[in-house]
Design a protein. Structure first.
Length: 385
């Protein structure tokens, strides 16, 4: 490389770092004047002036009024225009795909849902999800917003290439979802396990904010966990960390193979299926609701279900020792009854019973979680484009 090229490269790197410093300051501290930016970043007045002008021209920052001054001209306030940079997020379940746009400022908009019913085949679920993603991309562009990427939350094991396997809920096996979506949209695509997505959402924006360790336990068609330890999402060597539905819950688990559904989650699913409402099985949440209301037929089934759920939390806690365990998914309306049942089973039986809570973000947790993961992945390209 020539000395001129080396100097050019070095200048570009320095400019990129300085741009990032300014945008980080605005994103973290809200609207700032040029003077405040100089104080926060340590950059020279000329550099701050030049970069604010460039960033405003690119639409990455906008003017946000003026700061009152005791003397002289009022100072212009700048803010990070995170709402102009959005991520398309979607959650895929057995019966519906839901999505929304997440701005880098944390704003959410353009909620979209496509229902296809629990009896849909795997191809139908994929087609409907692709249509939902396309609709959100169109909505973003119609609003003159830049799409930074697509982030999907799905049940199942997801490898580093976005390939989904072992998804009994969706019927997807070694399906290259990430590549398919990226080819259709032309946008960078991230695919993540739903329990991991919920863990990240609750850790960064929900009940786990401010903690360094958290486990989310997701009760649904299967049973899964998302793990945050020492401030990092734990995915494991083969992206299989947290597949607690495959925990072996008794010696009789060795009497059969578990290729499509794990031993623990199959036991929980069988209990839910045994409780019949007026129109048939009501699922896990329906069983727990009935038990909480005192239904005599539901109580013994729910007791056994809570035993299994508590066993999984005990196993996670004794290995990981998290600060908090977050329950989400198909939960009963009376969550206090659920928490009391779990806490009573853990107390006195493991060294350090964790704080067990219900997630604060509800159905938005997986969407905000994958949005956060994609925002972190694309931060450099957002700031430096």
């Amino acid at each position: 490389m020539s000395s001129t090229a080396a100097r050019t490269a070095t200048t570009r790197v320095v400019t990129d770092i300085n741009r990032t410093a300014i945008l980080d300051a605005l994103a973290q501290h809200g609207p700032q004047t040029r003077t405040a930016l100089r104080e926060r970043t340590g950059l020279s007045p000329a550099t701050v002036d030049r970069l604010c002008t460039a960033l405003e021209r690119e639409g990455l920052v906008v003017r946000a009024g003026v700061e009152k001054s005791s003397g002289g001209r009022p100072s212009t306030l700048f803010r990070f225009a995170g709402e102009r940079r959005v991520i398309v997020t979607a959650e895929v379940t057995a019966h519906v795909s839901r999505g929304l746009l997440v701005g880098l400022d944390g704003s959410v908009s353009d909620r979209v849902e496509r229902s296809y019913g629990p009896d849909a085949d795997p191809d139908r679920r994929l087609d409907e999800t692709l249509e939902l993603v396309a609709a959100l991309v169109r909505a973003a562009r119609a609003g003159n917003r830049s799409c930074l990427g697509v982030a999907l939350s799905v049940p199942g094991v997801v490898d580093d290439d976005g390939r989904v396997s072992n998804s009994a809920e969706l019927g997807w096996e070694r399906l290259a979802v990430g590549s398919i979506v990226e080819h259709r949209t032309g946008l960078p695509t991230l695919v993540e396990n739903d329990a991991n997505a919920i863990a990240v959402g609750e850790w960064t924006q929900g009940v786990g904010a401010g903690t360094d360790s958290l486990v989310s336990v997701v009760l649904g068609v299967g049973l899964g966990a998302g793990i945050v330890s020492q401030g990092r999402l734990v995915r494991g060597a083969r992206a299989g960390a947290g597949e607690i539905g495959y925990l072996l819950a008794g010696r009789d688990a060795f009497d059969r193979l578990h290729t499509r559904q794990g031993d623990l989650e199959s036991r929980i699913g069988a209990l839910a299926a045994r409780y019949q409402g007026e129109r048939g099985p009501l699922g896990t949440a329906g069983l727990l609701d009935a038990a909480a209301a005192g239904d005599a037929a539901a109580l013994p089934l729910a007791d056994e279900l809570l035993d299994y759920l508590s066993l999984s939390i005990a196993a996670l806690t004794t290995v990981l020792d998290p600060e908090v365990v977050v329950l989400s998914g198909q939960l009963p309306q009376d969550t206090a009854w659920l928490l009391h049942g779990v806490e009573g089973r853990l107390t006195g039986r493991i060294p350090f019973p964790p704080k067990v809570v219900v997630g604060a973000l509800g159905a938005d947790a997986p969407l905000l979680g994958v949005g956060e993961l994609m925002a972190r992945r694309t931060k450099g390209s957002v700031y430096l484009a």
